[in-house]
Design a protein around this ligand. Structure first.
Ligand code: AMP
Length: 114
């Protein structure tokens, strides 16, 4: 698993990224290797390693990530046709970057996972 520094550098604008939303809590940017016509990552502006590290103090960030994803989906006109939100967690979940991130995917009909 890669370390967290890539996303920290994107948040701090130390490396280029296609940022589409940033506020005082979260940053949303286009995935560099998109798996769908719309593929956006949404990350907290502070480090959380994975879903396993959600706790009483930081849990509200997750609802803000969902709320922002829903608004981005509306802005991108994919709400009505639908979209998918994914969090990969650790090895079996396929998480490659050690920094909590939400995937927002849309713009194409996706295969069902199960
Ligand atoms: P995951 O496999 O859930 O850890 O997802 C990590 C995602 O980060 C992948 O979809 C990568 O394509 C994406 N990614 C890696 N580096 C960058 C980057 N510099 N800018 C944007 N997305 C990136």
């Amino acid at each position: 698993m890669q370390n967290n520094s890539i996303f920290e550098k994107i948040i701090n604008k130390q490396i280029p990224a296609n940022i589409i939303h940033q506020d005082n809590k979260i940053t949303a940017f286009k995935d560099i290797n998109p798996q769908a016509p719309i593929h956006i990552l949404i990350v907290p502006n502070f480090f959380i390693a994975s879903l396993n590290d959600i706790n009483q103090e930081n849990k509200d960030i997750v609802s803000h990530m969902f709320y922002t994803a829903v608004n981005i989906a509306k802005q991108k006109n994919i709400s009505q046709e639908g979209y998918r939100i994914i969090f990969n967690c650790n090895k079996n979940g396929g998480q490659e970057i050690n920094y909590l991130h939400m995937h927002l995917l849309g713009g194409i009909k996706m295969n069902k996972l199960f």
